[in-house]
Structures are given as structure tokens and as C-alpha cells.
Design a protein around this ligand. Structure first.
Ligand SMILES: NC(=O)c1ccc[n+]([C@@H]2O[C@H](COP(=O)([O-])OP(=O)(O)OC[C@H]3O[C@@H](n4cnc5c(N)ncnc54)[C@H](O)[C@@H]3O)[C@@H](O)[C@H]2O)c1
Length: 267
């Protein structure tokens, strides 16, 4: 089924590279936030998309919305931190929906607490979700991609993949690890025609960052510190995503591309 933004059959070569007709994409943690916006963008350029999250009702609701918009959308709920659930969920997708051509590891959590007060459980929860989760999903999906000799993998990283900030130590350790996991996967899988890259969003308007926006001091910090003087809109990530998962990005590998209104570029 084609999405409501019906794609013409012929496009100039430069544009046709971005069309994902016939491709199947799994986006983890995608029934809301950046994940849902990215999944919708993939569907808009013709991909069959699979939404995921731990909450099966939330996943079903988001799938329903995309299907009503005319997109080819499916949902498979699983927790990216639980190995058996990931294995079962991905096997279900491959058997019932199709081989996964594109994997976007988007599921993530934040726990804001100074390092000195961070309980081990919190440290492990953040590491499991933001780093071990992408390892588990990609190890399984990557194996199939190696057999098929093609695949696109995108890890959703963060500014915290590059620099530290007070109060988010576990998240910084996890997202920093995810940047180097991106490079490690590139080193091992590029020869199988698999491209593994990352996107590092700056400060974007989602539920995850609501506590930051509701803090007038932090909100002013973001608006002052970002050269563009504003927060990012989730749709502003989709251009880079489409580049990284389409043939247009076939020779881009092991990179983490920052989309942040310039914040990381300035003192
Ligand atoms: N919003 C930002 O400004 C920003 C900036 C940098 C990076 N990020 C990253 O972008 C990604 C999406 O963030 P968001 O802002 O949309 O947040 P969000 O909280 O709206 O979305 C995160 C999603 O991940 C899902 N999730 C969490 N744990 C999961 C698990 N164990 N298994 C499956 N799904 C799980 C949640 O249910 C949710 O749907 C995260 O990885 C986050 O770290 C966001």
C-alpha cells in the first residue's frame, strides 16, 4: 500500500535515490517522539515500517494512526533490553512481515541524577536501554543482513556521545559507547554492504526533554547556547535519516552526524 503522499513512478536520479519502495524498516521505541516521526518519514518515501515499544497498546494506537494515513505500517511490541523478547520479536517480523532492510535503534531513556547519587540499578537501566538494547537488536538483525549482503543501521546517539554534561553521567556513558559501537559495527560489517551510522540530535522537542523545557533556567540555557537560538523540531532529523538509510548514503559508514542547530560547534 502506498502512503498518502503518493510517490510518482519516475523521479530525477538525484531524488529517486531517496525512495525506499520495497524496503522494510524497523524503528525501535517508535510509538511516540522522534521514533514515530522518523518512522512516518520512512513510510512517506515508500518503506513498510514496523513500530515498536514495550507498551503494546501504545504501539497498536500509533500503527492505527499511520495505517489510517494510508501508510504500510505494522507493530511488534518488545523490550529491547530483554534478549528473548528481542529474538522473538525480530523472528516474528522476519516471518510475518519481511526481512528487515533498515534498522533504526531509537529506543532510549534518560535518568537525571548526579553520578555520586546514582544507584547501581539506575546506571544499569540506562546502560541496558541505550547501549545493550542496540547491541541486542543489531546483533540479530545484522546476522540476517550479513546473509542477505545488504542493510542500513542507524543508532540514535546524542550530543552526550561527544561531550559531558552535569547530571546525566549514565546516559553520557551509554551514548558515548553507542558512538563507538557504531564504528565497531562498521569495522566488522561494511564488507557485507552494510552501512552503520548514527544521528546525534541536539535539544529536540519531545516528551523526553519536557522536564528540561519546563525548567525556565535550562530552557533559557538551550536557547542562548544554541547558535540557532531555538529547540529542534523532530521533523528536522528526517533529512539526515533518509540520507543514511537510502542508496544516497551507500558510501557513508561509521559516522555519527550531529543535528543540533550548531551547539556542538561553538564555545
Ligand atoms: N529529544 C531529544 O532532544 C533527544 C536528544 C538526543 C538524543 N535523543 C534520543 O532520541 C531517542 C528518542 O528520544 P525521544 O526524545 O523521542 O524520547 P521518548 O521518551 O519520547 O521516546 C523514547 C521511546 O523509547 C521507548 N523505549 C524506552 N525503553 C524501551 C525499551 N526497553 N524497549 C523498547 N522501547 C523502549 C519509549 O517507550 C519511547 O517510545 C532516544 O534514544 C534519546 O536518547 C533525544
Amino acid at each position: 500500500m502506498m502512503g498518502k503522499l503518493s510517490l510518482p513512478d519516475t523521479l530525477p536520479n538525484a531524488l529517486s535515490q531517496f525512495v525506499l519502495r520495497g524496503k522494510t524498516a524497523l524503528v525501535t521505541g517508535s510509538y511516540r517522539g522522534l521514533g514515530l516521526v522518523m518512522a512516518r518519514a520512512l513510510a512517506e518515501v515508500g518503506a513498510r515500517v514496523i513500530l515498536n515499544g514495550r507498551n503494546s497498546e501504545g504501539v497498536a494506537r500509533a500503527v492505527d494512526t499511520l495505517v489510517k494515513e494510508g501508510f504500510d505500517a505494522h507493530g511488534v511490541a518488545f523490550d529491547v533490553t530483554v534478549e528473548e523478547e528481542v529474538e522473538r520479536g525480530i523472528a516474528q517480523i522476519e516471518q510475518r512481515i519481511g526481512g528487515i532492510d533498515i534498522l533504526v535503534n531509537n529506543a532510549g531513556i534518560q535518568r537525571r541524577v548526579p553520578l555520586i547519587e546514582t544507584p547501581l540499578g539506575t546506571w544499569e537501566e540506562v546502560l541496558r536501554t541505550n547501549l545493550t538494547g542496540p547491541f541486542l537488536t543489531t546483533r540479530i538483525v545484522g546476522k540476517r543482513m550479513i546473509e542477505r549482503k545488504h542493510g542500513k543501521i542507524v543508532h540514535v546517539c546524542s550530543l552526550a556521545s561527544f561531550v559531558g554534561r552535569k547530571g546525566i553521567g549514565p546516559y553520557t556513558a551509554a551514548k558515548g559507547g553507542l558512538k563507538l559501537l557504531t564504528q565497531a559495527m562498521c569495522a566488522e560489517w561494511a564488507e557485507y554492504n552494510i552501512q552503520v551510522n548514527g544521528i546525534a540530535p541536539g535539544f529536540f522537542l519531545t516528551d523526553l526533554t519536557r522536564p528540561l523545557r519546563e525548567n525556565p533556567e535550562f530552557n533559557a540555557y538551550v536557547e542562548h547556547r544554541t547558535p540557532s537560538r531555538r529547540w529542534g523540531h523532530p521533523s528536522e532529523l528526517t533529512g539526515v535519516l533518509l540520507l543514511l538509510v537510502s542508496p544516497a548514503g551507500d558510501f557513508i559508514n561509521g559516522q555519527v552526524i550531529v543535528v543540533d542547530g550548531g551547539i556542538l560547534a561553538v564555545m
